[in-house]
Design a protein around this ligand. Sequence first.
Ligand SMILES: *[C@@H]1O[C@H](CO)[C@@H](O)[C@H](O)[C@H]1NC(C)=O
Ligand SMILES: *[C@@H]1O[C@H](CO)[C@@H](O)[C@H](O)[C@H]1NC(C)=O
Ligand SMILES: *[C@@H]1O[C@H](CO)[C@@H](O)[C@H](O)[C@H]1NC(C)=O
Ligand SMILES: *[C@@H]1O[C@H](CO)[C@@H](O)[C@H](O)[C@H]1NC(C)=O
Ligand SMILES: *[C@@H]1O[C@H](CO)[C@@H](O)[C@H](O)[C@H]1NC(C)=O
Ligand SMILES: *[C@@H]1O[C@H](CO)[C@@H](O)[C@H](O)[C@H]1NC(C)=O
Length: 203
Amino acid sequence: MALACIAMILGSAHLLTAQPLDCEPLVPETIDNATIAKMLGKWFYIAGASQHPRTLQEMELIQNAYFFLYPTSHHPDEFLLTEVLRLKDKCVVDNSTYISVIRNNSTMIRQGSNESSLAQLIKSSSEDLMLLYHTDGNHKGLSISARTHNISTEQLEEFKTQVACLGLKEEETFYTTPKDPCPMEEGRDDKKHSVEVAEPPLD
Ligand SMILES: *[C@@H]1O[C@H](CO)[C@@H](O)[C@H](O)[C@H]1NC(C)=O
Ligand SMILES: *[C@@H]1O[C@H](CO)[C@@H](O)[C@H](O)[C@H]1NC(C)=O
Ligand SMILES: *[C@@H]1O[C@H](CO)[C@@H](O)[C@H](O)[C@H]1NC(C)=O
Ligand SMILES: *[C@@H]1O[C@H](CO)[C@@H](O)[C@H](O)[C@H]1NC(C)=O
Ligand SMILES: *[C@@H]1O[C@H](CO)[C@@H](O)[C@H](O)[C@H]1NC(C)=O
Ligand SMILES: *[C@@H]1O[C@H](CO)[C@@H](O)[C@H](O)[C@H]1NC(C)=O
């Protein structure tokens, strides 16, 4: 595993220039009240890598996406999730899911109407990044979201290194573009959440 990893990184060493080439293990983030509070609000999905065929198909369609984590009134370890996705030529707003947080193993479970999926929150170099390690049977995945759509080159290289270290391939990695974000649905009561809403695309 370690050797395969080094070979893979050396293979793309020209892209990583001055980056250290060693693979650090992913360290789960400690989840406490402060962590929970820092996760609230708006996030932009930046990129994702996965070995899962269905997830890959879904990721390939996502041109860009942003999401909001809202507190729930009844449980401190749950978030309501609203996602706004641009998939090729259509916009999708999904507010049907919520996330349960299992603090003792840094796990977030996304409860959809039909299915649930599971990811571990990973320590990252900045509070403005959300790094999630997804496992689904034998399939691995890693995704990165951030408070702004334009993360730094260093942060992106760090993500690429982590993806390579997990043994995920470049063709299993998809990046979003900030172009034409979808508007949130009209008429939603956002006042109590006081979040900023992206401008509708000009077309
Ligand atoms: C964390 O938040 C919960 C619910 O808001 C509260 O009951 C608990 O006392 C807090 N824990 C700490 C260590 O502040
Ligand atoms: C989701 O959006 C629909 C349509 O805007 C709204 O009727 C519903 O109350 C929302 N649900 C949640 C959980 O926010
Ligand atoms: C973590 O907490 C859950 C309940 O929230 C419990 O079912 C589980 O056994 C705990 N796991 C560990 C490793 O403590
Ligand atoms: C964390 O705990 C939950 C519930 O106890 C479990 O379903 C999940 O698989 C655990 N996550 C990891 C990464 O072990
Ligand atoms: C839920 O499952 C049903 C039956 O498997 C399927 O027809 C439907 O499209 C699924 N809904 C979502 C949101 O995935
Ligand atoms: C992202 O873009 C904003 C404005 O477009 C700029 O102020 C900020 O410095 C950029 N951040 C990075 C990390 O490039």
